[in-house]
Design a protein. Structure first.
Length: 300
């Protein structure tokens, strides 16, 4: 089995980014108040982003972010899912986008935050993900790549890790990723995005469907599913999750925390004991009709 090693740059209470004091810290857990908290101050809304969570593409200084508001049509659990999922994936060494707490310089500039929704004197706390952009002469960013390029993904085995994580986390949608290609190389690096669908979705009670935690093109798993790697990933999760899960839940902002948070934390811990059997069933049922099934039989 592999040895357990946490990434050194994982932060549990404050995300990566510049430090600033929140204008209002009442939404944070008591233990976190009075501390510097990474904060993006939104200057401008550029456009809505398609999807049920009503995300916004925004600008802060010269940087772009995707922002999710607690008053979106699906509710604040979507922000909790992003917060929990992004930090837990990072703790397992999976590549995710940098995230930040966010507030609007002018609260009324947020189209979802009417004055009726805001307590007097308060600014709602939003979840912001940095936007990966193509840089002329340096890198290109793709939402998808051809099958013929899958072998050029340098961290391709992370898709197996993400599949196992998403199955444990009760994903209700296919895993999404961005592919970054350095112009000086023929390889891609994948970054996993959009964790609002985790933990049973916005209501924390939706049953996930078999195979839903996979990407939309299952060919990406061809050649990377093997029993040793699966067992190593399961071992890492059984060792890491009980240590980090309470810390992540404890740092969840109060305005993103619903009454089901305690139940969800307990359910996630208990799922670790049955995860191996569920993973093997997922692999068997999903790939039995696939042309890649011969490569996967050793896992089942």
């Amino acid at each position: 089995m592999g040895t357990l090693a946490f990434p050194k740059d994982v932060t549990w209470i404050t995300p990566n980014g510049y430090l600033s004091c929140l204008h209002d810290q009442s939404s944070l857990p008591i233990a976190n108040r009075g501390k510097s908290v990474a904060l993006v101050l939104v200057d401008e809304v550029l456009r809505p982003v398609p999807g049920g969570s009503q995300s916004l593409l925004v600008r802060s200084d010269s940087s772009l972010y995707i922002v999710k508001c607690p008053y979106n049509g699906q509710g604040p659990n979507v922000l909790a899912n992003e917060f929990l999922g992004t930090q837990l994936m990072a703790a397992l060494g999976l590549p995710t986008l940098k995230w930040h707490f966010a507030q609007f310089r002018v609260p009324q500039a947020c189209p979802q935050c009417s004055e009726q929704m805001q307590a007097p004197g308060r600014r709602p706390l939003h979840f912001a993900s940095e936007v990966l952009t193509s840089i002329s002469g340096s890198q290109q960013v793709f939402e998808s790549i051809p099958r013929s390029h899958f072998h050029r993904i340098e961290n391709r085995t992370d898709f197996l890790n993400a599949f196992i994580f998403d199955t444990w986390a009760g994903s209700t949608d296919h895993r999404q990723a961005l592919f970054v290609k350095n112009n000086n190389s023929d390889t891609y690096r994948a970054f996993f995005i959009d964790n609002g669908h985790l933990f049973g979705g916005p209501n924390w009670n939706s049953a996930s469907h078999r195979g839903i935690a996979l990407t939309r093109d299952n060919a990406i798993y061809g050649g990377i599913l093997n029993s040793d790697l699966i067992e190593d990933i399961l071992f890492q999760m059984r060792e890491a999750i009980p240590l980090v899960l309470p810390r992540v839940f404890a740092s969840l902002p109060n305005e993103w925390r619903s009454s089901g948070a305690f139940w969800l934390e307990e359910a996630l811990l208990s799922r670790l004991f049955t995860l191996r059997g569920r993973i093997l069933k997922e692999i068997g049922s999903t790939f039995s009709a696939s042309p890649h099934f011969s490569e996967l039989q050793a896992c089942i």
